[in-house]
Write a protein that binds this ligand. Sequence first.
Ligand code: PMP
Length: 314
Amino acid sequence: MTDYSKYIWHNSEIIPWENAKVHVMSHVIHYGSGVFEGIKCYKTDKGPQIFRLEDHVDRLFKSAESYKMNVPVSKQSIIDGCLEIVRANNLTECYIRPIVFYGYDTLGVNPKDCPINVSIAAFFWGAYLGEDGVLNGVNVTVSPYQKFSSKAMPATAKASGQYMNSLLSVTDAKARGYDEALLLNVEGNVSEGSGQNIFYIKDGVVHTNSEKSSILLGITRESIIEICNDLDIQIEIHSFTLEDLLCADEVFFTGTASEVTPVISIEDNIISGGKPGELTLKLRSYYMDIVEGRNDKYNKWLSPIISDSVIENS
Ligand code: PMP
């Protein structure tokens, strides 16, 4: 069960967690008409800090734009709301979930006059793919469900209804004893995990795909690309096949919740000898240093949560 926090930010007000309810006839419940973000706040030496907050809020607005939803508040008020809700709940590390969704008015698929609501929850969430998965790697299966084409729905948008595709894939994978699903796109190329982007390493070169493969443009993906450039590790961005992954030296997933998770088998084909690869571990440790505030060069990606007492005294 999701960890309980004390408060939720709802339409610019901080309200008790248990009061944050919607009517069952809300448009979002019937059609998944919402867009959302998944953001992480880490415990650092400078107190809790949110990783790439502005980039996540930018993506939230892009997702809303894809669905012609007019977010009723400014980017800055969502940024401030994220900081405020972590502070109000006194959390030192947490996951932050802003969501913009259509409420209750008409049940027609066209949302017309449905009110647009914005909520932000912050709560503790442990390792998405399990402590053991992140540390020692995960076993992945190729999903029988295809990733939807970007011509059917904007894959680059993080929209609620789109996750029914992920739900089908991950529940099927779990039912068959795997940790995660890997989805192929309509062209038969690799797309992504049910909630992660995918990378592979061959002969010291890091490879990942782009929006042409119907992926969500992950912020962790983009961070790893920047880290590779920074470390002078060659990175190539192109479409690739399942065969490329099976022949790779190393494979890993990226995501806000999954961070950098090694993939140690695909469809029972062992990758990198069934243990996390060397370069994957190097990239993961560099990434963790950044998110946990141990790399000053990347302080630009961290937004500190200033405690109430500091605000009162300033
Ligand atoms: N793809 C999908 C389908 C996802 O749900 C996520 C998680 N948001 C990602 C990729 C990774 O994105 P990010 O690194 O921004 O969390």
